[in-house]
Write a protein that binds this ligand. Structure first.
Ligand code: MG
Length: 154
């Protein structure tokens, strides 16, 4: 079974930029109730979708004080636990980040390691790609970062 996930967060001053559990040097971070790790959120929704479960907002409601500032890798660990409970195994995930900046490639291996560890799969089974939005629209104006992902379970 496969699942799809998408997320977007806007940039804000004064927060660290966390993508795939990696703090990336940048002049702004992403706004959000949790650590706003847009990559992990998209991957989480892809895994939940593949499991036939409701979305990330169901398990981690945006207004829930217990979720404030949480590390999104914990969300992925919860997804892995839900897969275990469903008797299903995560095979691979593949994601694309859409951002004009910063450069993702230097951090790719660290992100793959973090996501793989949280999901209980080898980093080789975690695809992370990045593209710009060719300066089009909100992402093109550097107002935020979006991510899309797919996941496969059996
Ligand atoms: Mg999100």
């Amino acid at each position: 079974m496969i699942g799809i996930g998408y997320d977007i967060h806007r940039f804000i001053e004064g927060r660290p930029l966390i993508l795939g559990g990696v703090e990336i040097p940048h002049d702004r971070g992403l706004d959000g109730h949790s650590d706003a790790d847009v990559l992990s959120h998209a991957v989480a929704d892809a895994v939940l979708g593949a499991l036939g479960l409701p979305d990330i907002g169901f398990y981690f409601p945006p207004g829930d004080p217990a979720c404030a500032g949480i590390c999104s890798l914990e969300i992925l660990e919860r997804c892995r636990a839900l897969a275990d409970e469903s008797g299903l195994r995560i095979l691979n995930v593949d994601a694309t980040l859409i951002a004009e900046a910063p450069k993702i490639l230097p951090h790719r291996e660290a992100m793959r390691a973090n996501l793989g560890k949280a999901l209980g799969i080898q980093p080789a089974r975690v695809g992370i790609k990045a593209t710009t939005n060719e300066m089009l629209g909100a992402i093109g104006r550097r107002e935020g970062i979006a991510a899309m992902a797919v996941a496969q379970v059996e």
